[in-house]
Design a protein around this ligand. Sequence first.
Ligand SMILES: NC(=O)c1ccc[n+]([C@@H]2O[C@H](COP(=O)([O-])OP(=O)(O)OC[C@H]3O[C@@H](n4cnc5c(N)ncnc54)[C@H](OP(=O)(O)O)[C@@H]3O)[C@@H](O)[C@H]2O)c1
Length: 289
Amino acid sequence: MITVLGAGGNTGGRVVRRLRAAGEPTRAVGRDAARLADAVGHGAEPVVGDITDRSFLAEAFRGAEAAYVLMPLDLAAAGYRPQQEQVGTAIAAALGDAGVPRVVALSALGADVEHGTGFLETLYEQEQRLAALDAAVTVLRPGVFFESFLPVLPQMRATGVYRDTIDPDVALPMLATADIGDAAAGALLDTAASGVRELHGPEDLTMRDATARLGEVLGIPSRYERAPDGEVRAALVGAGLPADVVEEQLAMFAAFNRGDAQSRTGRSAATTTPTTLEQWARTPARTPS
Ligand SMILES: NC(=O)c1ccc[n+]([C@@H]2O[C@H](COP(=O)([O-])OP(=O)(O)OC[C@H]3O[C@@H](n4cnc5c(N)ncnc54)[C@H](OP(=O)(O)O)[C@@H]3O)[C@@H](O)[C@H]2O)c1
């Protein structure tokens, strides 16, 4: 039996489907039973609760041969750092309480850098917590999710321009979360898996290229422009994002521009995932109405 956190989300949902297709008994964890309906439809056992609660989590992990863990962002939480600390410590403690022997953790490229990377710093901290467990830990370090473009599609549609603080010609590994789910499920089912695995998508992409290619497939011709931090800060706070979350994003994008979130291992067949940006964009669920 394998326990999957974030089972109603992008990667966790895919992990559940893959595990169930392989015939693996699976516990699907999330806060809202309705968002676990797909997992249940695939034969997973729903486990509804909050992953900041160590004792709830220890029960969700009890008897599991392996667990998929991640660090969800919660915009309703009182602060990004306290929320991540709460989730990270609860997960690590509960994995220890339940004695889960194998763990597959979603992290990110750049999570090997301790300071100066914004959002990624809490993934660095979580990697340290998990490394201290008496368990075989597989750390997945993907690049930028294609799904990160979803919130900016309205801006592209309205203006034909996507303005943000990543330098336009910095090439970044970008990939589909479905492919991360597939890699995670593979590691969960492989009793010999452990160590760090980077995931790069089919190619590195600049924001300039990715925006143009996405716009073309979606029929919203668009170009990318580098905006000043102050402009993006004002726009995101104005749109209702918490100020501390905005600063984490600006710091992470500055780290991207410095090259701090690049691959350490280099691209290989093992790190290259199949779904292209165009294939992802053509998936009906991803196409905006
Ligand atoms: N965006 C990127 O480019 C990128 C790149 C590299 C790594 N990452 C990592 O990937 C993570 C996101 O992964 P994802 O896209 O698979 O996640 P996701 O789609 O955002 O799903 C997260 C899931 O966690 C659940 N959840 C949130 N808070 C919870 C809580 N307190 N208790 C129980 N369940 C909770 C949510 O379900 P309910 O709300 O129903 O509980 C949701 O289904 C990021 O947080 C980051 O660490 C992101």
